[in-house]
Design a protein around this ligand. Structure first.
Ligand code: AMP
Ligand code: GLY
Length: 468
């Protein structure tokens, strides 16, 4: 079977590597010439993935048997609908289904309508006056987010991105005046995790839980990014995430898929829940309609036991054999090499010399992101995340050490977060969660109703507060 992979980043390279291990053939439609994808693909075409007509024409001319869409932008452009209309079974939701990611307002309203209560308190003020009222009504710190796609970069968190409530209000107003919708949310305190799953008519099939490092700088400082790296733990939980809480998160995914179906939206693709583990359990921050980047790289690295091609065809056609959803019991760490200044003012164009065979000899594999091939063993960085190094071991910190060791085989100017997956950082997160759950800790603000247009009724309160 020949697959079409849409997109040219590290997530798509990781998908292609998993297909290659399944001995599937593939062709690629992407804007950049990703050296990793170029090596695997039997044909590769420079097409903007949101250029739906050209991607469909390419799929037809290559007579592909199925397609997998990596990034969100082509989903938002209706590529999955167009491929299905052209009889290409596709991994990726329809434009309607992708709204779970492309419109945070759609997502919050869906959950409210179906009484899926694992959400923060929120308001969606439609006027500048309503922003002032909503700001005044939040009892504690809050978060401002554009409703539409931002690549994880438009979210402002009080205490990290702004201090005074009025600054958050001014930012919310500026977003409204630019013509978009805006959400204000209660700031949740806890540890974040990502829970992805394969979703199709026959059910929801979980991947290992992953923790992403969103902030640009070490110690979780600096601005929000698409993600600087991530780790997963041998037992598919996380050092601070017990099985019962992961199960609660999965229940949110299952109920959301049921809610979509009840509203007439069949979802065949990847569903990614971004959760905050709080004092009152896992609370949903956002959904994505695709593999996380980098989180998908962790999960895909562990998928070796089944047949990935068959699994993807199952997702695309509505019936998955649960025996195919098997992930190895190993810990993984992904670290991104990014251009200097990434997160604020990235400096594109730098060259990286990557000694792939030496890195592999160090037990680490290379996943190419938004880079262009610039000669043998050399890539040119763009302004986005460049190259992901993936380490694997029994313990998370060992996997991280492997990545750090492999850096001796990379030359050039880049930045990366050395703290991802270290023993110290993991201990810090476990301690943070312990403090959040300790009986004396100040609970996160409790939900209340906000008197603003489109405000949720008080029934949209979060799940019950935990005891202890
Ligand atoms: P989102 O695009 O909604 O996932 O937001 C991007 C990042 O902003 C998240 O990964 C969190 O780090 C942070 N964030 C978003 N919403 C909240 C919230 N309600 N409380 C605390 N942090 C948040
Ligand atoms: N790493 C966050 C995302 O994929 O959106």
């Amino acid at each position: 079977m020949k697959f079409l992979v849409v997109g040219g980043g590290a997530r798509e390279h990781a998908i292609a590597l998993a297909l290659e291990r399944a001995e599937a053939k593939l062709v690629v439609a992407s804007s950049n010439a990703n050296p990793g994808l170029e090596r695997i693909a039997s044909a590769s075409r420079r097409i903007d993935p949101t250029d739906v007509a050209r991607v469909v024409a390419f799929a037809r001319s290559e007579r592909v048997g199925a397609a997998v869409i990596g990034p969100e932008a082509p989903l938002a452009a209706g590529l999955a609908d167009a491929l299905r209309a052209a009889d290409v079974p596709t991994v990726g939701p329809s434009k309607e289904g992708a709204q779970i990611e492309t419109s945070k307002l759609f997502c919050r309203e869906l959950l409210r309508r179906h009484a899926i209560d694992a959400t923060p308190q929120w308001a969606a003020p439609a006027t500048v006056e309503a922003v002032d009222r909503a700001v005044a009504e939040f009892p504690g710190p809050f978060v401002v987010k554009p409703s539409g796609l931002t690549g994880g970069k438009g979210v402002w968190v009080q205490g990290a991105d702004f201090t005074e409530a009025r600054e958050g209000g001014a930012y919310a107003k500026s977003l409204l005046l630019q013509g978009g919708r805006v959400l204000l949310e209660e700031r949740l305190d806890g540890e974040e995790f990502s829970q992805m799953a394969f979703v199709t008519d026959s059910g929801v099939y979980p991947m290992p839980a992953v923790q992403d490092f969103k902030r640009a700088l070490e110690g979780d400082q600096g601005s929000n990014t698409g993600g600087m790296g991530s780790y997963s733990q041998r037992d598919h939980l996380l050092p601070f995430l017990p099985a019962a809480d992961r199960e609660r998160a999965l229940e949110v995914l299952r109920r959301t898929v049921d809610a979509l179906r009840a509203d007439g939206i069949a979802y065949r693709g990847i569903l990614y829940g971004g959760f905050m583990l709080t004092r009152r359990g896992p609370v949903l921050l956002e959904f994505n309609a695709r593999f996380g980047d980098p989180e998908g790289i962790n999960a895909l690295a562990l998928y070796e036991e089944g047949d990935f091609a068959e699994l993807l065809v199952g997702v695309a056609t509505g019936r998955v054999d649960p025996n195919l959803v098997r992930f190895r019991l190993r810990s993984t760490v992904v670290k991104y090499l990014v251009p200097p200044g990434y997160g604020e003012r990235p400096k594109p164009g730098g060259l990286l010399e990557i000694d792939g065979p030496a890195i592999e000899a160090d037990g680490v594999h290379v996943v190419y992101g938004s880079v262009d091939a610039a000669g043998p063993g050399t890539v040119r960085l763009t302004s986005s995340r460049g190259v992901a190094l993936v380490g694997e071991a029994s313990a998370i910190h060992e996997a991280a050490t492997r990545v750090e060791t492999a850096l001796r085989n990379v030359r050039g100017e880049y930045y990366l977060r050395h703290d991802i997956g270290t023993k110290e950082d993991l201990a810090r997160r476990v301690e943070h969660m312990r403090q959040i759950l300790s009986p004396g800790a100040k609970p996160s603000p409790l939900p209340l109703s906000v008197a603003a247009p489109d405000a949720p009724p008080s029934s949209s309160a979060g799940p019950d507060q935990r005891s202890g």
